[in-house]
Design a protein. Sequence first.
Length: 459
Amino acid sequence: MTDLATLLEVGGPVAALGGGAAYARARHPGVYWSTVGLPVSTVRLLSSYGSVMEACGLTVAPSRLRVLAVKATTRREVRPVPPRRGIIRPTTTGLRVRLGLAPGQEPADVAASAERLRHAWGVHAVYVTTIKPGVVELRLVGFDVLRRVRMPRKLRPDLLRVPVALREDATPFVRDYRTVPHQLTLGATLSGKSMYLRHLVAGLARQPVALVGIDCKRGVELAPFAPRLSALATDPEQAAELLPVLIKEMENRYDLIKARQGIASSTPDEEITSDIWGLPEHERPVPVVLFVDEVAELFLVATKKDEERRDEMVTQLIRLAQLGRAAGIYLEVCGQRFGAELGKGATMLRAQLTGRVCHRVNDEASAKMALGDIAPEAVSAACAIAPERPGLAVAGDTSGGWSRIRTPYLSLGEAAETCSESAHLVPDLPALKPFRPDVPARPPVETPGPVVRPRPVTD
């Protein structure tokens, strides 16, 4: 009886501790990783590093000097040498450790064993990054960071750089317009494309940038951000009037750059430029970001007249994509569907869009149109996105690299409020004033007065 009571006394706290750990792992994976997963995975890595590397085929034969030294000092068996391991650096989502590759090894050898390393050390995923020749970094992720997205807190905002999502290796996905000037973003209904667009607009709203929108769904996506928009077209007719104005603005900026290039013998070399970023700050035009939502609406035609207008608009979009970067004009083209069957110019326009983000789509052809020409293996990853995970997408660029990302939740009201608070940052662009959307005056907030209670009636 005494033994049973003692067992119950000991087993109760143990069961409670196990139940708490299971709850934390399911509901709060970050807390579970910091308290349980991190120590366990660290011990596994330290205790089994050599044997795991040997099992994965990542060891090399020791040098003759090492063989002689081991035989002269000990009687141990001379074993193959694993890559040199650096200091283990814990993070809030996993571990980082650098490896020095042996002669004859390459990063692809380590990357091919990533799945084996994941199982051996009990982590969610292992990613390999090349730091410099002969050195790679293993990024061990302890849990699925895309299940509940939490963006890193230490993110330094910069001009035309917006952190919009989290990668599957727990690093932020930053939309950098200076590096990737134009992008194509696809996604079906309820795939999270609108959430991605909200983060872009809200992030750029706080910067000295002109935001221009073409939303052929009568403005339902971009109209809530009207206080911060310099121009907005809500149907193809208005878009046909707005695009020539942007083309003229681009040509004027090129004239400004060429005037600055009136090279004289006294002009320093660093002042000779081929884009607006080489101009002095007081002469530099403000950057312009053009959002095109539901781009397929610009391609659809019903009459011969519409076809002529369509061809003209597509030509203007292609010109902006080809020449706009140097003039500080950047494109963010979004849509549910994008394919060659949209008509003449669709494939040519896609070729000018360096960045690609593909959310869940309704057909494989759209995924191939977004990613097939830059990373064919990413097409299957995009087609495997489940409807239960809105915001999950595959991001890539024309360099061939790609990764899974997920956008955190941002309500429409929060994004619209950010645009309202940043309305004073709308730059002065006279050419776009006729297209400035009407912003209804916000009703004054009535502050409740003090509550006056009636005095009790006394006889």
